[in-house]
Ligand binder design. Structure first.
Ligand code: HEC
Length: 130
């Protein structure tokens, strides 16, 4: 009788352990795209003609292209006119929201961290007309 009690006592632990194992293994999330969401930002091979103009056309050209009538006459849609604001540092402070120049895009949410670092990297690489 004592031996049986002892046996049942140990069995309880073994069964509990097995349940725990099954639980833990079934909770394991094995979808790579969910476990590792795509947060990487590719800042290699950045060019003016593709990377930079894509960001600017999507977020800035609505006010800063053509006559830039709704952008205070500030034209950012050509390399030459954009370079004025690259050189005086206003392009980067406007998108970084550092407070020294009006935060851009005006009345919209800030550019994504990846868009900002794309523009920053292009500038760091010499803001080439490439
Ligand atoms: C809804 C219209 C609008 C959008 C969109 C917009 N801007 Fe502007 N932006 C303006 C206006 C208006 C001014 C002039 C503000 C002023 O001088 O007070 C301005 C000024 C600027 C300036 C000059 C800052 C200064 O010293 O006045 C820069 C640089 C600039 N914008 C960059 C951008 C960039 C980069 C984007 C896109 C990420 C953008 N803007 C999107 C309306 C806009």
């Amino acid at each position: 009788m004592v031996a049986l009690n002892k046996y049942l006592y140990y069995m309880r632990y073994i069964i509990a352990s097995i349940f725990l194992l099954i639980c833990c293994s079934s909770c394991y999330y094995d979808h790579a795209n969910l476990v590792y969401p795509k947060t990487s930002c590719n800042i290699t091979g950045i060019t003016y003609s593709t990377s930079v103009t894509t960001i600017l056309s999507q977020n800035c050209y609505s006010c800063h292209a053509g006559t830039a009538s709704s952008g205070g006459g500030i034209k950012l849609d050509t390399y030459t006119t954009l370079m004025v604001y690259v050189s005086n540092g206003q392009l980067i402070s406007s998108i970084n929201h550092t407070g020294t120049v009006p935060a851009m895009p005006l009345a919209a949410s800030q550019l994504s961290a990846c868009d900002i670092s794309t523009i920053q990297t292009w500038i760091n690489n010499g803001s080439l007309n490439n």
